[in-house]
Design a protein around this ligand. Sequence first.
Ligand code: SAH
Length: 253
Amino acid sequence: MKQRPSFPARLGVLPMGWARAAVAPVARLQGLGMDSLAHRQRMVQLLHKQGVRDAAVLDAMGSVERHRFVDTALATQSYEDTSLPIGLGQTISKPGVVARMVELLRNGAQGKLGRVLEIGTGCGYQAAVLGQLAQEVYSIERLRGLHDKARENLRPFRLANVHLLFGDGMVGYALGAPYAAIIAAAGGEAVPQAWIDQLAVGGRLVAPVQNRSAAGAAGAAGQALLVLDKTMDGVRQTLLEAVHFVPLKSGVA
Ligand code: SAH
């Protein structure tokens, strides 16, 4: 087997064999006439420039084919650092935000994370990224249409460790608890207690939450990224930069 280079050594000249073998073979982007790997490598270089330093995260972002998670008409934009519509009023998060959150979630961990809970599967892209970095991923979606779409999108990747669940993620998923890490792709007023209960001691949660000081121009409450560490002595919370996520809603539809 070919050895992968240690990343990010010589970022601009990553050899072709670099993409992770477990992910479906690299496809040509329909209509672009260009190799999607080259697009991902450029995206990864941008993420590195933005400050993402965790080699495992950059590796995962470089291997998951994001263009497979969006409509064909949007495929040409799929490696830009932008969120895109995925139907039912929801969006696939910006690659920069996915990488940032997942890097925070790993918190410098060596090797794979244990069990991870994701709230808000959406199109399944972030679940696929997490699938490269965690032993098991439980991902919940409250909209049936997107849950089905994610299942369809993820099928060719054959990620046996990614488990998609249809339900209200506000209550977490007790059957998989305790989790080494919990990540939310939708923002509520506060972090539901169920998530904290289901987080392992020593575990970390990363989620957008409503935050007054991140208020927009109209005075509406903005969102900020929350990092919550569960320790033997309780929880430690840190609010980071402002973010824009779709709202966390209760119930299913
Ligand atoms: N990680 C996703 C981002 C999807 S957007 C991706 O890579 O595409 C966030 C998703 O959270 C939406 O699909 C929305 O329906 C879902 N969501 C909002 N509230 C939820 C809840 N209580 N439980 C589960 N999913 C929820």
